[in-house]
Design a protein around this ligand. Structure first.
Ligand SMILES: Nc1ncnc2c1ncn2[C@@H]1O[C@H](COP(=O)(O)OP(=O)(O)OP(=O)(O)O)[C@@H](O)[C@H]1O
Length: 224
């Protein structure tokens, strides 16, 4: 079963000057459930655009995306909300934690939106923070955590609602290589042990080495 499939996916930006930027030019990918896939390519090759469209944070100019065999309807906001609540988790380069909330509260946040009762939120967040090795940092604010620790909180947050798919845009981009390797290993461990599929954009060769598959992009196209 494919967790993600794209057909002839294109994204163009047109400016008043008449200039057209072709960020994606006919992308066809099939990602099997449980795969850990890295997208690599030079800056501007379309990696983030592709991830954002698969994650319903942006919509394509043309083409189709299927998640678990069902086509995403980008005009149907309840369809998009359901995917965000139940199926897809996100990890960002800049961690994007809420600065006024501690680690526990950041992980509870998506559970709160899914109307999980308060006592179960805390139980689940504790379980996840232990899983990412932050059992002793639960009440720390993001500013009181290192970059690698903040990214581990973000990984716990991404897992909160038991997603089938995690989309990670340059997750090691703000980390030194040693910390980046630990974050990569943690993501790989979660992939192997929990069967969560990962799509990761990266410039990091260590991340690419650990992936089941590396898909290379250049000028909005897949090169191999
Ligand atoms: N909102 C936008 N408006 C206009 N052009 C855009 C927009 N977003 C992206 N682009 C253009 O689309 C192309 C692909 O950008 P994208 O961010 O997907 O590349 P990337 O491979 O993720 O790059 P990087 O490795 O630097 O993050 C680039 O030429 C970029 O300038």
């Amino acid at each position: 079963m494919n967790i993600v499939e794209t057909r002839n996916l294109a994204k163009y930006y047109t400016f008043d000057s008449g200039l057209r930027v072709e960020a994606l030019r006919g992308i066809n990918v099939n990602i099997e459930e449980g795969d850990f896939v890295s997208f690599m390519g030079p800056s501007g090759s379309g990696k983030s655009t592709l991830l954002n469209i698969v994650g319903c944070l942006d919509q394509p100019t043309s083409g189709n995306v299927f998640i678990e065999g069902r086509e995403i309807d980008y005009r149907n906001s309840s369809n998009l909300v359901r995917l965000h609540r139940q199926t897809i988790g996100f990890i960002f380069q800049a961690f994007n934690l809420i600065s006024t909330m501690n680690a526990m509260e950041n992980v509870c946040y998506p559970l709160y939106f899914n109307r999980v009762p308060h006592s179960r939120q805390e139980k689940r967040a504790t379980e996840l923070l232990n899983l990412v090795g932050l059992g002793d940092r639960m009440h720390h604010l993001p500013s009181e955590l290192s970059g690698g620790e903040q990214q581990r909180v973000a990984i716990a947050r991404a897992l909160a609602n038991n997603p089938k798919l995690i989309l990670a845009d340059e997750p090691t981009g703000n980390l030194d290589s040693g910390t980046g390797k630990k974050v990569t290993d943690l993501m790989r461990k979660i992939n192997r042990e929990q069967g969560v599929s990962f799509l990761v954009t990266t410039h990091d060769h260590e991340m690419a080495r650990t992936a089941d598959r590396v898909i290379k992009l250049k000028d909005g196209k897949i090169t191999d």
